[in-house]
Design a protein around this ligand. Structure first.
Ligand SMILES: Cc1cc2nc3c(=O)[nH]c(=O)nc-3n(C[C@H](O)[C@H](O)[C@H](O)COP(=O)(O)O)c2cc1C
Length: 388
């Protein structure tokens, strides 16, 4: 997949820091560390999260690619220090320590522990879980914040909410997200319906009491996309495919749907497709958005509506059965510090990765080394769309 915007993350969960190198952001975008920190803070909310969320008050350091408050067009390096590093200096030291450190040899079902240990030749499974951990998503949220700043310049805005936790569900239609957003942002579970939120909280309390965990479903809406982001001409350029990959790459995400998604499979075509209308001022438009803003791998200028399902977290306070990778004895799985439910955080991460994909597609479509050039190209395209 050729893209002008690309990024790579590095860092272990309890290592010194997470690092990102992000390339392809045009010059001239106003960017402050505070803006990224706000997004990092949003990732840290949630009812049913473990003690690490109290330790972590993530703050980013912008190391390169920004000068005097504006991007330079050069690679942006971001660093998020681990504020608990002093407690991990020995365990995670780069240099070999004299002291013998305990190994983690009881792989947790549902984690990368066993397959990763076999694949990389480790018996101490900490070597695997440190990188497989969802702590890495803080780096993606920071990356997403930079991309979001670009999108705001084009009046593209992202929203997310939690719609299901375990069996509890918020039945609101996706388009209510705009009106209810202030409530969603204030809610500890990112749920606008107070009654459903209370039921979700009770379910999380119940899971916690039982030493169990919960998953759920979150929804991302992106408004303001121009027509034609992504492409129909090649499989790996399709916007829906790219969004699915971005969301599936978030730890614990097991399913993605766009628009009606799985519901569409149960209906007649006449109940699913969004009929096309035309009116002078408005141009082409739809009365429904069952396809979630994507047709033929391209945005159709309707709001993008994507949902992702998160499995219940794999580390249980009442651990599941496992086998010691050294002794081969039956044991209980390791118990790293763990959340009971992280769906609200996952929804913020989802916003970030969706924002990254939209920004990549925008830069592909409108190119431009500077924001000004990208905007000129965008505006001339929008004029063309209006006039044709
Ligand atoms: C925001 C977030 C927080 C998570 N917290 C935990 C946790 O505390 N305990 C846990 O076992 N898994 C947690 N996970 C899920 C694991 O990271 C994930 O299941 C594991 O790395 C295996 O990857 P996979 O589920 O994608 O196959 C979290 C995931 C996310 C997105």
């Amino acid at each position: 997949m050729s893209s002008l915007i690309r990024y790579i993350t590095a860092g272990e969960s309890h290592g010194q820091a997470l690092v990102v190198i992000l390339e392809g952001i045009p010059s001239g975008v106003k960017l402050k560390a505070d803006y990224i920190d706000r997004e990092l803070k949003r990732r840290q909310v949630g009812y049913g999260r473990g003690s690490r969320m109290q330790i972590e008050k993530d703050k980013v350091k912008i190391l390169s690619g920004v000068r005097q408050g504006k991007t330079l067009g050069s690679p942006i390096a971001l660093l998020i220090p681990n504020l608990d590093w002093k407690n991990w200096e020995k365990v995670m030291a780069v240099e070999k320590q004299d002291e013998q450190l305990p190994s983690l040899t009881h792989p947790r079902p549902g984690h990368a522990d066993l397959a990763g240990g076999i694949k990389y030749g480790f018996y101490d499974l900490r070597n695997v879980l440190e990188r497989a951990s969802a702590r890495e998503t803080a780096a993606r949220v920071a990356t997403g914040a930079v991309c979001r700043k670009v999108l705001e310049e084009f009046d593209i805005h992202l929203y997310s909410r939690v719609i299901e936790i375990g069996r509890e569900k918020d039945e609101d239609e996706w388009n209510l997200i705009f009106a209810k957003y202030p409530l969603i942002e204030k809610s500890i579970l990112r749920c606008a319906d107070k009654e459903v939120e209370e039921r979700m909280k009770r379910l999380i309390d119940e899971a916690k009491k039982k030493g169990d965990t919960l998953g759920g479903v979150f929804e991302i809406v992106a408004a303001g996309l121009p027509v034609g982001l992504g492409d129909y001409i090649q499989w790996d350029l399709k916007l829906d495919a790219r969004l699915a990959m971005a969301l599936m790459s978030i730890q614990a995400i097991v399913g993605v749907e766009i628009g009606l998604g799985f519901k569409a499979a149960k209906r007649f075509g006449s109940e699913v497709q969004d009929e096309i209308f035309y009116q002078g001022e408005r141009g082409f438009y739809r009365k429904t958005n069952n396809c979630g803003g994507v047709e033929g791998g391209m945005s159709n200028a309707e709001p993008l509506v994507v949902r992702a399902a998160m499995k219940p977290l794999s580390t249980l306070a009442r651990p599941l059965s496992s086998v010691d990778v050294v002794s081969r004895e039956k044991v209980k799985a390791s118990r790293e510090r763990s959340d009971v439910c992280a769906v609200p955080a996952a929804s913020v991460i989802g916003e970030a990765v969706v924002g990254i994909e939209i920004a990549r597609a925008m830069r592909e479509k409108f190119s431009g080394d500077s924001l000004a050039e990208m905007k000129r190209n965008y505006l001339s395209y929008q004029d063309y769309v209006r006039e044709r």
